[in-house]
Ligand binder design. Structure first.
Ligand SMILES: Cc1cc2nc3c(=O)[nH]c(=O)nc-3n(C[C@H](O)[C@H](O)[C@H](O)COP(=O)(O)OP(=O)(O)OC[C@H]3O[C@@H](n4cnc5c(N)ncnc54)[C@H](O)[C@@H]3O)c2cc1C
Length: 381
């Protein structure tokens, strides 16, 4: 008999959503988190509507701001701002607040969350999976859900392979009264100097999160982009509250999501929107589905339902995101121009609000045609 029905490795949005779902489904659930909540995580903290629709019914979302305007710039120039009068486009959270709210929800649902518990290895045999902690303690569970982020121990056990890796660099700046007034309710997105790169300013009331993302392996260019971006924005002299970097990884098409009794979710599975690198909605969705399946399944064969859900629901979205990234890499100016058009702006708004998935955006006839003409087919599986 395994000690636990479900052991979750990692207490980010993926792991805590999984624990919430598993415990709500009646499973004896433990979460092993190496840090202690509330803890910082390098992340823009921008929630699209898809994230909100999962979080809203389960936690009080700790919003620092809601966004109804986006300023677009192309390598610091050609600025224009688009506004919406309808529902907000994005909700801004700090990840320490957001993840802490999920921690509370998972505990309230009956999960046991053990903090300062670093997992070193994962293993399994025919009857159970095992998780070994840094202090040597071994925990057994019927199912292990790996949610330990983009440098995951569990990814290696499952054998996930990745086809896209990016480095995100971010600074949290103390916002002056002028910054707060300038950015309240508004984000800024900048199409960057290297194909596929972009930068952002996300308002968090008393702080501004300024970040850039670029393909891994270009550390010097990524740093230079962040420093040029801050200078262009006139923010280079602000007090830096925190300065950090983190990798994002997108899984290869068809990469495994599970090995026997161990399944992976969120960043550990490389589930991430390839163009925007939006990952919170992927972590919340995959975590919730994994937790629901794990609460019901008794055997590895029954756990295979999780693989099918991801292939059906998230794989098409990632394929669409790869096409968008491909067009963006080849024609960054086209993306910039598209946001000026009613069709482009409407589609982007619908994506932000969670009304359309990326695959849904590409099904819009004018966008499908434009993406086809711009050569967005090449990287289709
Ligand atoms: C610079 C940057 C900006 C981003 N901005 C956004 C954004 O604005 N909106 C958005 O939707 N997405 C954004 N993302 C992506 C988003 O941050 C991730 O997709 C999301 O955090 C994935 O959640 P997760 O639960 O899978 O992993 P994580 O949030 O990384 O959580 C993993 C958890 O596991 C724990 N852990 C790790 N290893 C172990 C171990 N061995 N044992 C125990 N615990 C362990 C960690 O401490 C952590 O708490 C951004 C990413 C980057 C890098």
């Amino acid at each position: 008999m395994a000690e636990w029905d479900v052991a979750v490795v990692g207490g980010g949005p993926g792991g805590l959503a999984a624990a919430h779902a598993a415990a709500s489904g009646g499973a004896r659930t433990i979460v092993l988190e190496r840090a202690e909540h509330p803890r910082y995580k390098t992340c823009g903290g921008g929630l699209i509507g898809t994230s909100l629709s999962i979080a809203g019914p389960r936690i009080a979302v700790p919003a620092r701001d809601t966004v109804d305007a986006i300023t677009f710039t192309d390598r610091g120039g050609r600025a224009f701002t688009r506004r919406t009068r309808h529902r907000p486009l994005l909700t801004m959270v700090r990840r320490d607040d957001f993840d802490f709210a999920w921690y509370g929800a998972a505990v309230a649902a009956g999960a046991h969350v053990r903090q300062n518990a670093q997992v070193r290895t994962v293993g399994q045999d025919a009857d159970a999976a095992t998780v070994t902690l840094a202090d040597g303690e071994v925990i057994t569970a019927r199912t292990v859900i790996g949610a330990d982020g983009s440098a995951a121990v569990t990814s290696r056990h499952v054998g996930v392979t990745f086809e896209q890796q990016d480095l995100g660099l971010e600074v949290e700046l103390a916002a002056t009264p002028g910054d707060r007034a300038a950015y309240r309710g508004r984000v800024l997105l900048d199409w960057g100097p290297v194909p596929g790169s972009y930068g952002w300013v996300f308002p968090k009331d008393d702080e501004l999160t300024v970040g850039v993302i670029m393909a891994k392996g270009k550390g010097a260019e990524t740093k230079q982009y962040l420093s040029d971006f801050l200078a262009q924005l006139g923010l280079a002299d602000r007090k830096v509250v925190r300065d950090s970097g983190h990798l994002t990884r997108c899984r290869s098409v068809g990469a495994p999501l599970r090995r026997g009794r161990v399944l992976v979710v969120g960043d550990a599975a490389g589930l991430l929107e390839p163009w925007t690198r939006e990952g919170i909605s992927y972590a919340l969705r995959s975590g919730t589905w994994a937790g629901e399946v794990a609460a019901r399944a008794r055997t590895p064969e029954e756990l295979a339902e999780y693989d099918r859900v991801i292939e059906r629901r998230l794989a098409p979205e990632m394929a669409a995101g790869r096409r968008m990234l491909n067009v963006f890499c080849r024609h960054p100016r086209l993306m910039h121009a598209a946001m000026r058009t009613p069709v482009g702006w409407r589609a982007f708004q619908s994506f932000c609000r969670g009304e359309l998935s990326m695959a849904g955006v590409l099904q819009r006839k004018p966008i499908r045609l434009a993406v086809g003409l711009a050569g967005g087919r090449d990287r289709l599986p």
